[in-house]
Design a binder for this molecule. Structure first.
Ligand code: SF4
Ligand code: SF4
Length: 54
């Protein structure tokens, strides 16, 4: 998964939504742990600005 830096406002909604704790907020970007991610796409649906894609 990846987050579009142009769209993301660092609201943190995706972090709390991930059932696998595979998302972190760093200072200037959202980081996805591909080892943990199961591609459920919950984060994609939760993001208010549509910044996350596969
Ligand atoms: S697709 Fe699912 S498991 Fe992967 S980062 Fe998003 S919410 Fe987490
Ligand atoms: S939910 Fe969307 S806007 Fe919010 S931190 Fe995650 S990627 Fe960025």
């Amino acid at each position: 998964m990846r987050s579009d830096k142009e769209k993301c406002m660092y609201c943190g909604a995706c972090v709390g939504s991930c059932p696998k704790n595979a998302i972190y907020l760093e200072e200037t970007r959202v980081v996805f742990d591909e080892e943990r991610c199961v591609k459920c796409r919950i984060c994609v649906r939760v993001c208010p600005v549509g910044a996350i894609s596969e």
